[in-house]
Design a protein around this ligand. Sequence first.
Ligand code: GDP
Length: 452
Amino acid sequence: MHTIAAISTPNAVGGIAVIRISGSNAFAVAERIFKPFNNKKISDMEGYTCCYGIAHDNNERIDDCILTAFKAPHSYTGEDVIEISCHGGLFISKKILRTALKNGAENAEAGEFTKRAFMNGKLDLTQAEAVMDIISAKSDMELKIAEELREGAAFKKARNCSDKLVKILGDLAAWADYPEEDIPEVEPNQLAEELKTVRNELFSLVENYDAGRIIREGVSTVIVGKPNVGKSTLFNCLAGCERSIVTDISGTTRDVVEESVRIGDIILRLSDTAGIHETQDIIEGIGIGIAEKMIDSSELVIAVFDGSCPCTEDDLKLIDRIKNKKSLAVINKSDAEQVFDSEMIKSKNIPIVYISAKENNIEQLNIAVQNLFKINSEIFSSVPAANERQKRCIEKALESVDNAVNMLKNGEFLDAVTVVIDEAEQYLLELTGEKITETVVNEVFSRFCVGK
Ligand code: GDP
């Protein structure tokens, strides 16, 4: 495999930058572009050691750097790896990278270092995916889950299930292939029981998927309501800064403004929208169209009503629009005299909270959000699938195991049951990456950044 190089630190100015080179020629490339001050040969360096020297382009000095050597297989990728830490200027790091490319290395693709770690058996696919989650973690909880996955929690569980399925398949094959031998008969009820334990273990990997996803990605939330009810004021109150324009002229917010806010353990990915009402204003009309679409696509709708005004036709339409969504009805302006009739909202069983966005009194809303998305502390007793790909594999394996159990119950031929159990096993191998198509591998790693 060719030797690859990339800048592994962000594309920004910083204290240091790291250029990573991986592959069988990594040491040879480094030899051509780096001169240690101790005049020793880089190829003689032991793994996990470093030296101080000059990175140069054909003897023209670029920068004083530290070079760290990793010898295969004891490196991130499992190959020989050189990391050059230079001063963190974009020009310097790019120049060192260009020099490495001139001297035998090739540009690394997105995620190629981690892809090589996967190809060389340093990581299974769930662990490789967890690397990305560790990089993008925004909270302690998110980091904790990603680290457990990085340590192989999902892999171990999937492997455990897979081992059990292989044992069952082995028993079935032995019984079917060598009937004349003294092999105990396979008992369908016992087989079904064994499959059920596999089922429960697989289920624990998907049951907390939504809670895990909420911790990782937050809840896509849209704030809607007719003009002037206080949507932007609430948005700013939640976001803690003046992002939306607040005026008392109807229809000020014409685009969608976005912000992530944390309420307890929950991150809301908030969108403030143009007021939803009948309008002749074309620009505002576009904003309203977006708001309508966002009601459909958001996980949580915060519908704001003006407590100081009577309930109008637009309010009723909105209530009707959100009645089947996960939503909260926020009656705003509780500091003013209350005339809004909330009977219609109550009749649709939408939870109601009373707030004053203007006076920053939104405690009821905070509590209601946390109640709606309770993060069960049990999420940590079983690490959930980290992404849709993993979830899909587990669900398919689950479905096959369930089918096998039902087939056993219905007294179907064991040959047919074997095929379905084998199918479950294949999905688990796909989950861990032990049996996977190149397209899926490329898809997984394309989501990484270059240099990782
Ligand atoms: P939007 O059109 O729904 O985004 O409404 P804005 O946030 O722009 O607010 C419209 C008007 O209502 C502004 O004059 C706000 O100061 C006022 N307003 C917002 N929240 C409250 C509140 O809790 N109490 C009172 N009394 N006025 C509010």
